[in-house]
Design a protein around this ligand. Structure first.
Ligand SMILES: Nc1nc2c(c(=O)[nH]1)N[C@H]1C(S)=C(S)[C@@H](COP(=O)(O)OP(=O)(O)OC[C@H]3O[C@@H](n4cnc5c(=O)[nH]c(N)nc54)[C@H](O)[C@@H]3O)O[C@H]1N2
Ligand SMILES: Nc1nc2c(c(=O)[nH]1)N[C@H]1C(S)=C(S)[C@@H](COP(=O)(O)OP(=O)(O)OC[C@H]3O[C@@H](n4cnc5c(=O)[nH]c(N)nc54)[C@H](O)[C@@H]3O)O[C@H]1N2
Ligand SMILES: [Mo]
Length: 758
């Protein structure tokens, strides 16, 4: 049995549980964002930064990847975007004397919330072998140490290079070049835990691992189906688009095990009516699905569409199917055997609910399906997303105005990082172009994704860990296993803006390298630099920071990469690392020759541009057959043994992944605490518990049990048989080996658990 004690200041003595709300945003969101910003940044810095968010001459919001509208309002941000900005632009500083006061053991006992609150990292620090504390180090010494430690490895594949999704295109491209020049494709990223399942399913069936819609499509369509996503908290600006879609006559169907506030009703804080009125009803129909039921739901819908077409002949888009797809006959034959009992068991939905959705679908000429983590973090996630593609193909909902697939990305540049080559399985074509551009032979063998990287560290086949952002330890599954794996490292280095749990389990030699973020100015030898990012819909634009950095000598991410590269791989490629650091335009020039769709990048990025997208632009599909592909996906119902529930892990309204802004989850009625489990009152009764009980949550897996101690049960209108707890507190429960088929994503949304009274 693995056991994790809660961090010592993480007690939830003040926890209050109230009623959930059914409406998102409105005046309270404005007040919350202003209060939070002023507390962290002060009035002046708040104004300078918030007025520059998502403006043409400003910076891209470091919050989510939802695109910016063309005509931006003066305040193109949301409550949670404002919190993301304040988190980075805070005036608090973590300097070397902080690390003198706090030993590593002390830091390891602190909560994620406390760690993040200490402020921006301002000085590089090192932990030397056997030391109990981090101590100051000069920048040149720090870079030398990185080069010496990595250079001393017997094999480049012994190093892991992680990336989170805030890194700019320029930094990401330079970083992957450094890593490949060093000699490995060990480039796991947060995407492995996020939309990898979407990328895998869409690449196979549509020939591109990205969505096929633009903002205009979402705002002018007939039906939007939103599955496994909580936009009111995680993509609040999407609610504005949904409101516009409704104004144009669209209908919205929400598919979710929880009645999330933002899906049900929205008061747009950017309009007067939204500030004072009752807001608009968003979802016209809510299907409260059982966790992991979506594959069955889409199969049931698709089977009904095919059956209705057999009667009327006008439900399916026969021309589209004949011209642009393959595999329809096998698919239709497979669905003919669909077992209604299996559908009911998997979805928890009755036939009326499913028939109702089918009626909506048949009435809608143009349909968009949006999804996020509720679909991607299950064992059958790739199959589920393939099934959504089947659904879209049946009625020709790809490559038409107002129709298509819309995986809604998380981190603000996670899609761009992948486009730039942050990928452990790069294509041969990409490597060929990269090698030709820089006169070297990149390694061809595929590298480790996140889970494989943890295994390699655990087994000792990898010994060094370098992170470009993120918080690997708290984001990864199986926290105790990940902590133990990282602690075996001979060397770790984290390029970070804020202190986090990953810094508290150093390798033998360990560095924390502070860096500049989106909001900071970035002066280099050739003048002030801007970077660029790609949003969830493949639109690329520039981002310029305006604020003073935490300390004058804190480098940009590009500078860190360039300094390490000059010491580690200077003679291995033709890259001019000094020149690229002085002028990021040079990096963009390289990108324009290596990455398709980025021609004339440096000039075009000023205005911004949209990347080409075959399925969307011209119904061309770069798949194995050159057509869009129907796929047959076996339906296996995830059965939960008696006395157990299916746990999903979610974000509160007051966090950004592992960064905890505060301890409230306003829309779900939670205040001043995070160790809660939401479950249906009848399920609690059935299991012999009641609202308010304190329990340990225990997950069950082939290799044994895992325990998350000290949670309060909250009676909540969750789908029957399911429950929910917050990420990252519940990550100890996610078994390392429980991953999605094909994509390898940890199954953070379907974990079998039981409760034990304490
Ligand atoms: N403020 C804020 N913004 C963020 C983030 C943040 O932490 N804070 N994180 C960013 C990142 S990296 C990402 S990836 C996104 C995440 O955005 P979301 O995917 O919205 O985030 P989660 O909280 O994981 O929510 C998952 C949703 O799916 C539902 N769900 C769970 N299981 C199932 C299922 O089996 N079927 C269906 N249909 N629904 C299910 C849950 O009830 C919940 O509503 O947000 C990004 N934006
Ligand atoms: N159980 C469970 N686990 C999950 C999920 C879940 O839903 N459930 N979601 C998964 C998902 S979708 C994701 S995307 C991952 C997130 O995994 P990560 O991206 O690794 O985690 P974050 O919490 O976003 O990383 C926060 C840290 O990034 C650093 N940082 C912030 N901005 C910058 C910057 O501009 N530059 C640099 N260099 N550093 C910066 C700060 O030091 C901060 O502490 O977690 C995954 N883990
Ligand atoms: Mo994510």
């Amino acid at each position: 049995m693995h056991k994790a004690a809660p961090a010592h200041d993480q007690g939830d003595e003040d926890l209050e549980v109230g009623r959930p709300t059914a409406v998102a945003a409105g005046m309270s969101a404005v007040l919350h964002s202003v209060a939070h910003s002023v507390r962290e940044m002060g009035v002046g810095r708040s104004l300078t930064s918030l007025l520059k968010v998502n403006q043409v001459d400003g910076f891209d919001c470091p919050g989510c990847a939802w695109p910016d509208p063309d005509r931006r309002s003066q305040t193109e941000f949301c409550e949670n975007g404002a919190k993301a900005v304040a988190e980075e632009a805070t005036r608090r500083r973590v300097t070397a004397d902080f690390f003198a006061r706090h030993s590593i053991a002390d830091l390891a006992g602190r909560s994620d919330h406390w760690l993040g609150q200490q402020g921006r990292l301002a000085e590089p620090v090192v932990r030397r072998p056997g030391a109990t504390h981090y101590e100051p180090v000069t920048w040149p010494e720090a870079y030398d140490l990185v080069a010496d430690e990595l250079g001393a490895l017997a094999d480049p594949d012994e190093a892991i290079f992680y990336t989170s999704g805030r890194t700019s295109n320029e930094a990401a491209f330079a970083y992957q070049l450094l890593v490949r020049a060093f000699g490995t494709n060990n480039l796991p990223d947060c995407s492995n835990m996020c939309h990898e399942s979407s990328g895998a399913a869409l690449t196979e069936t549509l020939g591109i691992g990205k969505g096929t819609v633009l903002l205009d499509d979402v705002e002018d369509t007939d039906l939007i189906v939103i599955c496994g996503q909580n936009p009111g908290t995680n993509h609040p600006r999407m609610l504005t688009s949904l409101e516009r879609a409704k104004a144009h006559g669209a209908r919205i169907v929400a598919v979710n095990p929880l009645p999330e506030a933002g899906l049900l009703r929205f008061k747009n804080p950017q309009t007067r009516r939204g500030l004072v009125g009752t807001g608009v009803e968003l979802a016209d129909r809510f299907l409260q699905i059982r966790v992991n039921g979506d594959l069955a739901l889409f199969q049931a819908v698709n089977a009904r569409l095919i059956a209705r077409d057999q009667v009327t002949g006008d439900v399916l888009d026969h021309d589209f199917i004949a011209t642009h797809t393959d595999g329809f006959d096998a698919y239709a034959a497979h669905l003919a055997d669909l077992d209604p009992e299996a559908v009911r068991a998997a979805t928890g939905l009755g036939t009326t609910a499913i028939d109702g959705l089918v009626d909506e679908v048949v009435a809608a000429d143009r349909i968009i399906v949006c999804w996020a983590m509720g679909l991607t973090q299950h064992r059958n996630s790739v199959a589920t997303i393939r099934e959504i593609v089947n659904f879209l193909l049946l009625r020709g909902n790809i490559g038409r105005q107002g129709a298509g697939a819309c995986p809604v990305r998380g981190h603000s540049n996670v899609q761009g990082d992948r486009t730039m080559g942050i990928y452990e399985k790069p294509s041969a074509a990409f490597l060929d172009r990269l090698g030709a551009e820089f006169g070297f032979a990149p390694p061809a063998e595929h590298g480790h994704d996140t889970v494989a990287a943890i295994r390699a560290l655990r087994d000792g086949t990898a010994r060094a860990f370098f992170a470009m952002g993120g918080n690997f330890v708290s984001a990864a599954p199986d926290t105790d296993a990940t902590l133990a794996a990282l602690a075996r490292d001979s060397f770790t280095a984290h390029v970070s803006t804020k202190l986090n749990r990953s810094h508290t389990c150093p390798g033998e030699v360990s560095l924390i390298l502070p860096c500049r973020g989106r909001t900071d100015v970035d002066p280099q030898a050739d003048g002030p630099q801007h970077v660029s990012v790609e949003d969830s819909m493949g639109m690329v634009h520039a981002s310029r920071g305006h604020l003073d950095p935490p300390a004058p000598d804190v480098p940009s991410e590009v500078e860190v990469v360039s300094q390490v590269a000059r010491r580690l791989v200077a003679d291995r490629t033709t890259a001019d690392w000094v020149g690229m650091q002085a002028d990021y335009g040079l990096i963009r020039d390289h990108i324009s020759r290596v990455v398709p769709g980025f021609e004339d990048y440096d000039a075009r990025v000023v205005e911004g541009f949209t990347l080409p997208n075959g399925p969307r632009d011209s119904r061309t599909f770069a798949t194995a057959t050159g057509t869009a592909r129907f796929t047959v996906n076996p339906l296996e119902v995830l059965t939960v043994p008696e006395g157990r529930l299916l746990l999903q892990t979610i974000r509160s309204h007051d966090q950004y992944n592992t960064t905890i802004y505060g301890l409230d989850d306003r829309y779900r009625g939670i205040r001043q605490g995070r160790r809660v489990v939401f479950a249906h009152p009848d399920d609690l009764t059935h299991l012999g518990f009641a609202d308010g009980d304190q329990v340990d949550v225990v997950s069950e897996w082939d290799d044994g049990e895992r325990r998350a101690p000290g949670f309060r049960l909250v009676a909540y209108p969750a789908a029957r048989g399911t429950c929910a707890a917050y990420f990252p507190e519940a990550n100890v429960l996610v078994p390392l080996d429980s991953t999605a088929e094909v994509s390898g994503t940890p199954t953070s949304k379907s974990i079998i658990v039981r409760f034990e009274p304490i």
